[in-house]
Design a protein around this ligand. Structure first.
Ligand SMILES: Cc1cc2nc3c(=O)[nH]c(=O)nc-3n(C[C@H](O)[C@H](O)[C@H](O)COP(=O)(O)OP(=O)(O)OC[C@H]3O[C@@H](n4cnc5c(N)ncnc54)[C@H](O)[C@@H]3O)c2cc1C
Length: 429
């Protein structure tokens, strides 16, 4: 089989590993100049390690990616610190890990009891199908109460899903709680070092990985082969796998039937905007991740002090802060300049440390992606398009098909390898 994979993100590379490992001729086309997609990194010239453009960690339950790391001979590079995740409530930061710290949240005793009992239920039930029939908002308000919803969960839901926060189903929340671990995994050298190791491994198996080569069009031909067009010309394949967003798939393949195109259009998602600061001093007292409320008080919804997770020694002593938000692609943050966002965000940092001054900022970076977080509404399992598209030979595997789990590199590995197995089986028929 001659197969093309569009995208050298974690899903595309994982699929390519299976294809090349089984002896198929695989070409991976990647628009950017490096592997890793949303999980890719960048490096300040003074640093030893690369840093993710968007904050990243693994859970101890992420077995697909942990097994893959083993398989490519990189297990000794994986390590699991135990950083502190917290919630900002009315000007105070409350640690929420380890779990018993939730007992100290500023909510009534009855709310604490309802929160704990519902949390235990969610941790142990496996019946997510029942939970996808109801919104997270309705389930949490009913079972845990209005106060727990407002203080603990509403900030998280608004932070991730903006105007869709009351539409997200409870299976999504269940999956998050079910898979969460207190220890969070990281890779020596950063996620980019993992992406590169995976890319090298796949290349050594014989895959041809072409960077700076955006696919412009995919066309089905009369003899059932597929033509892939890039700025370098046209190539013909027996099978093509796209790992792009639903929006890009619609643009690349105009021959898809109208009802399928409409299905793709119905898949909702949020974009992400992240301003990264390299500070000369630490900002918070040991908090890795702080969920923030949407109150108008703060101009972003997550504050991540990466160097309370991974030591600043790998970043030439810089203290690294992500100010992040999930937003719709037409939000002003997607068109504002970095200087404008700095002006907006920096004054808010005094809320986390009154001594903070703008001259603490050594340098900063801005990263934005319009496709960053799929939105799963009620009964979402019925909306998800299958991996085989209606166009013969064309397959699609993306974050929008990861469910009920929240998207993540672990599930990119799982879906990438699953679609590769399916494509190889179908080809034999
Ligand atoms: C803010 C944020 C935080 C996250 N945090 C975590 C986390 O903590 N842990 C975790 O595991 N995951 C996290 N994720 C999710 C994780 O990054 C993704 O689930 C995963 O990287 C998706 O991989 P993918 O291969 O499916 O897609 P992508 O990474 O999007 O890969 C698609 C690839 O296709 C390429 N491409 C696009 N168009 C073309 C074209 N026309 N031609 C050729 N190539 C093209 C892109 O450049 C990209 O490399 C986070 C994501 C975001 C945005």
């Amino acid at each position: 089989m001659k197969v093309a994979v569009i995208g050298a993100g974690v899903a595309g590379l994982s699929a390519a590993l299976n294809f090349a490992g089984a002896g198929h001729a695989v070409t991976v086309y990647e628009a950017s100049n490096r592997p890793g997609g949303l999980a890719s990194g960048f490096k300040d010239p003074t640093w030893d390690w690369e840093l993710e453009r968007f904050y990243h960690h693994w859970f101890a339950t992420d077995t697909d990616i942990i097994n893959l790391i083993d398989e490519i001979g990189q297990r000794e590079k994986l390590f699991f610190p135990t950083p502190v995740t917290s919630i900002y409530i009315d000007g105070t930061i409350y640690p929420a890990t380890p779990l018993w710290k939730n007992l100290f949240l500023p909510i009534s005793l009855i709310s604490k009891i309802r929160y704990a009992l519902s949390g235990v239920y969610l941790r142990f039930t496996k019946n997510w199908q029942a939970l996808e029939k109801v919104t997270a908002h309705d389930w949490i308000v009913k079972m845990m109460g209005q106060e727990v919803y407002r203080v603990v969960w509403e900030p998280l839901l608004i932070g991730k899903f903006g105007k869709y926060h009351q539409e997200v189903n409870m299976a999504w929340m269940w999956a998050r709680l079910h898979k969460r671990s207190v220890k969070l995994g990281y890779f020596e050298g950063g996620f980019q070092a993992f992406n590169q190791a995976l890319c090298d491994y796949v290349g050594n198996l014989g895959a041809d990985i072409k960077f700076n080569t955006p696919v412009q069009k995919i066309t089905s031909q009369a003899d059932q082969t597929l033509m892939v067009q890039t700025p370098d010309g046209m190539q013909t394949f027996n099978r093509v796998l796209s790992t792009t967003s639903p929006g890009l798939l619609r643009k690349l393949v105009t021959q898809l039937p109208a009802n399928y195109l409409a299905r793709l259009q119905n898949l909702k998602s949020m974009g992400a905007v992240v301003l990264i600061l390299a500070l000369k001093h630490r900002l918070t007292q040991g908090h890795y991740w702080i969920n923030l409320p949407k109150s108008g008080e703060l101009p972003f919804l997550a504050l991540v002090e990466h160097t309370h997770y991974i030591s600043p020694e790998h970043y030439a002593g810089d203290h690294i802060i992500y100010c992040g938000d999930y937003l719709e692609p037409d939000h002003p943050y997607f068109s504002m300049s970095q200087a404008e966002l700095l002006n907006l965000f920096l004054p808010a940092l005094t809320k986390f440390n009154p001594e903070f001054r703008p001259d603490w900022v050594r340098t900063s970076w801005l990263f934005r992606e319009t496709y960053a977080q799929p939105v799963p509404p009620v009964n979402h399992s019925a909306n998800i398009p299958p991996l085989a598209t209606p166009l013969p030979g064309l397959y699609w595997a993306s974050m929008s098909q990861v469910y009920p789990w929240d998207r993540g590199t672990n599930y990119a590995v799982e879906i990438g390898r699953r679609v590769a197995r399916l494509m190889m089986q179908d080809y034999k028929k």
